[in-house]
Design a protein around this ligand. Structure first.
Ligand SMILES: Nc1ncnc2c1ncn2[C@@H]1O[C@H](COP(=O)(O)OP(=O)(O)OP(=O)(O)O)[C@@H](O)[C@H]1O
Length: 288
């Protein structure tokens, strides 16, 4: 019996997850500065919006105005979805100060109060009917208080999974740090995807690796990644071999490529079936 999955539709990401993220998972997107975490989080939401899956973006690092600008930078037009009430930004950045922030519908006044954040987030999810959530970044919530990291993540996870949504939690780590966001957090989440930027011989290489994902097989190698005008692109059928002094891109064995391709086809088929059943049920309800 295939498990229900949420396709990210980020080129290459569903392949290395053998079909997508298991539904209702909380996934840590961990990485150093400039590695593409935020872009990935926004792309995940936009790809859902255009497929009729509402979403919520929790802004802890950027002003909501900057968040909208950065969606626009990739031509991901969220205005329409905001107007239709299918997309919301939770402003946990401005604390409601300033004229632009006073126009925001979902505002967290005291970011140190995680219960207030949870209440505002819950409301935004319910109002939009969100299926996808991105929190950028979750580490902001406990940067100065590591002792509350695990309880904060667990609280958010309960709300998110309880409301039937699937979430990406952006986690900031320092350049060269091997961890993903602290032991409490790393074990609390369902999945960890790490994005990296490595300097080898005076050149920067972008890459991505899935460290864990409960309930699914994962690719066990580091994949090359790019950021383009269309967002993040992952070369799922290649792997990046890094040593201290060299980097080389090599093809994955054919059997693995075929298996990933097959997993995508199966997920696609299962998604179509679920959609057809939902449509039939809706039609029956309308008729009845
Ligand atoms: N159109 C584009 N083409 C290529 N690269 C781009 C493009 N737009 C943005 N980038 C790159 O994306 C990087 C920023 O990505 P992003 O904001 O997702 O980083 P981040 O991992 O969230 O970083 P931080 O933790 O510092 O906020 C920038 O360094 C920039 O070079």
């Amino acid at each position: 019996m295939p498990i229900p999955r949420v396709r990210t539709y980020v080129p290459g990401l569903d392949e290395i997850l053998y079909g997508g993220i298991p539904e209702r998972s909380v996934v840590l997107i961990s990485g150093g500065p400039g590695t593409g975490k935020s872009i990935l989080g926004k792309q995940f939401l936009y790809n859902g919006l255009v497929r009729d899956e509402p979403g919520v973006f929790v802004a802890l690092e950027e002003h909501p105005v900057a968040v909208r600008r950065s969606f626009r930078h990739f031509n991901w037009d969220i205005t329409k979805f905001e107007k239709e009430g299918k997309f919301a930004i939770v402003d946990a950045f401005t604390a409601g100060i300033g004229s632009a922030s006073q126009r925001e519908k979902y505002v967290v006044k005291d970011v140190d109060n995680v219960h207030e954040l949870v209440d505002v987030l819950r409301q935004a999810i319910k109002d939009t009917g969100a299926k996808r959530v991105t929190i950028d970044s979750v580490s902001t919530l406990y940067l100065t208080k590591p002792s509350i990291a695990r309880s904060t993540v667990m609280l958010l996870k309960r709300v998110i999974a309880g409301l039937g949504t699937t979430a990406l939690f952006i986690s900031q780590v320092s350049v060269g740090e091997r961890g993903f966001g602290g032991p409490g957090v790393e074990h609390a989440v369902d999945g960890i995807i790490r994005v990296d930027l490595d300097e080898i011989d005076g050149k920067l290489y972008r890459s991505i690796i899935v460290w864990k994902m409960r309930d699914t097989k994962i690719s066990m190698v580091r994949h090359p990644m790019d950021i383009t005008d269309e967002g993040v692109v992952i070369y799922w059928d290649k792997y990046l071999k890094l040593t201290a002094t060299s980097a080389s891109i090599q093809p994955l064995p054919k059997e693995e490529v075929d298996e990933m391709r097959k997993a995508i086809e199966e997920t696609e088929k299962a998604t179509k079936e679920v959609k057809a059943i939902t449509r039939e049920t809706e039609e029956e309800e309308e008729e009845g």
